[in-house]
Every structure is written in structure tokens, then in C-alpha cells.
Design a protein around this ligand. Sequence first.
Ligand code: UD1
Length: 328
Amino acid sequence: MPGSSAKDLKTACLVTGCAGFVGSHLTEALLGLGLAVVGVDNFFSGHRRNMAGFEAHPGFSFLEKNILEPEILARAVDIRPGLAHVFHLAAIVSVPYSLAHPDEVMAVNHQASVDLFDQARAMALASFVFAGSAAEYGDCESMPLAESDAGPNTRQTSPYGRAKYLCSRHVEQAGFGSSLRFFNIYGPRQDPGSPYSGVVSRFIDQGLSGRPLTVFGDGGQSRDFLFVRDSVRAYVAAAGLGRVPVLSGVFNVGTGTSTTILGLAEAVRRLTKNRAPLSFLPQREGDVRRSLAEVSRFERAAGFKAQTGLDKGLARTVAWARAQRGSA
Ligand code: UD1
């Protein structure tokens, strides 16, 4: 356990969900910036293998804890007295899982998040960045989705979306910290292993193993796909660790470009040389038809633009998935 040496007082961050797909990339980036990181995860959907690149880093400390435990922030400050930034990513990330387990999802994704935020605010930390979601907009008709399109009367299509919205609103009303409403993040380390996994990871896994890609519904539904590296850049900027001071409020983070699920399937089939016909399955409950980010607020506030287009991001993700198979 660190004592009170000068090194231990260096600026530190808490990353909840550090063993997750996005959290592990963020942790790596923060350590790369010379910051210390206390990571929290309970391996509900994260994996220890995602921490392989930084678990032994001298600036990294790990707490294997459920985010429902009340003392997490206090424990993190004990370990790293220089703790200044919180990145709260730990959540149950699946829309369909939330429909089957609404109480669990409200407890984890809403109540525990609000509690952690209130503690960070009471401690007057430098920043708190919450992982919001495009799911906060429900099945909104008008596209692209602007931040003001989610309000008290918005009906989210799942407890997942509802919980994320309630937290974002809490952050916004407090006037401290930010909620980044991410659209569909994809990239290396996204786990294809469950029926609830993100579509890009599932399609690539199916594509590389020569199986048919499973399309829910007619495939005409569309999403704004953001490469994971861009999501990390967004977190760093919102915490004031990039070129602009710390941000406050709610911001969409996407590319501003929409892709249909059929279009995605074709791109993945091409990259993976998959020749199996698509397999069409019933539409998924809680699915929204369209999702596209209006990105100008975050661009104005942080000078942020997504840098990696879908073609490049997919190619990198396929290359990573191929390498994983080779080393398995
Ligand atoms: C995703 C995220 C959610 C995030 C939201 C923001 C995941 C698991 N969920 O939800 O955390 O807040 O984006 O926009 O990453 N689909 C298929 N075949 C499949 C899998 C999915 O056709 O095998 C379709 C789905 O029906 C859906 C679309 O692909 O229409 C995207 O699904 P998914 O990747 O699960 O993401 P979202 O539900 O949009």
C-alpha cells in the first residue's frame, strides 16, 4: 500500500469499470499522460485480461469492488491522496439485460452513480466525467439528436436509457462535472461473448468464424459508431486534461455520421471475407430505430472531432480480433 512519499501525491484519477472495454483503454491513456490511476471493477462484464497492459504499472492501483459498495471514493483517496478526477464508467451496459433486470440496473446505473457523483462533488474534486449514453434519447423521431432532445418528458425505451438519463440530468443540474452521451462505441477489447454484446464485436466474431452475421429486424436501423480511441480523447478533454479547461454539462460524443446495420454487416463481411448469407432474426425489444449525434456542442466546447472513420476503425478492430484468434 502506498505511504506518504511525494510520488504518491501526484495527480490521480479514479476509473470505475477499469477492466471493461472502454475503461481499460482510458486507464492506459491516463497512465500514459503520467497520471496515477485507481481502477475499480468487479468483473461483471470486464475482464482481467483487459488490464494486462497496465496491472503492474507503478502508477496503477486496483480495487476489486462492486460499485454499489459505499466507500469506494474514500478508499481510492486513501490509496492516492492526490486523487482529483473521477471517470465513472462502471455500469451494466446492455439495453436488453436492463429490460430483464430493471431493479438491478437502476441500483447500479442510477443510484450508485448519483452517490459517487455526490461524494466527488462534496470533496470538491477537480472533475467528474460520467459515461452517459445515446440511449437517453429514447426512440426520438428527429435526427440528428441534440442534447436538448432528452428532457423530463422523454420516454427512454429501457431502464438502461432511463438510468443514464437520470444521472446525466443530476450532473447537469449540479453544475459540476460532465456527462458524455456516447453513441455506439466499438473497437479492440469489446467482448463478443454474450448475446448482449455490441453489434460490431458480434459481427466481427461471426465474420471471422465464417458464420452468418445475425441481423435483428430488417437491418434498416442505424447507429453512429464511434471508435474507442475517440471516446478516450473525449474523456480526457472533458476532465480538463487536454487542451481545454474542465467542462461542465452534458455533451453528445459521436461522429455525426450514421450507418445502417445492413451497411455495417456488409463492411464486416468484406473485411472478414465472410460469404455466408445474413441471418435475419426478430427485432430486439427496446431497440431504437435511429441514432445519430448532433456533435457541435462538444466541438465548440472542447474542439473535439472524431478522428477515426468507420472504415479505418473497423479494419483496426478486425486486425485485433484476428490477432486474438491467432494467439488463443
Ligand atoms: C449500445 C450500447 C450501449 C450504449 C448505446 C449508445 C452495447 C452492448 N450497448 O446500445 O451501452 O449506451 O449503444 O448508443 O454496446 N444488432 C444486430 N445483431 C446483433 C447485435 C445487435 O442486428 O448481433 C443490432 C441491434 O438490434 C441494434 C444495433 O445492432 O439495432 C446496435 O445494437 P447494440 O450494439 O447492442 O447497441 P445499442 O442497443 O444501440
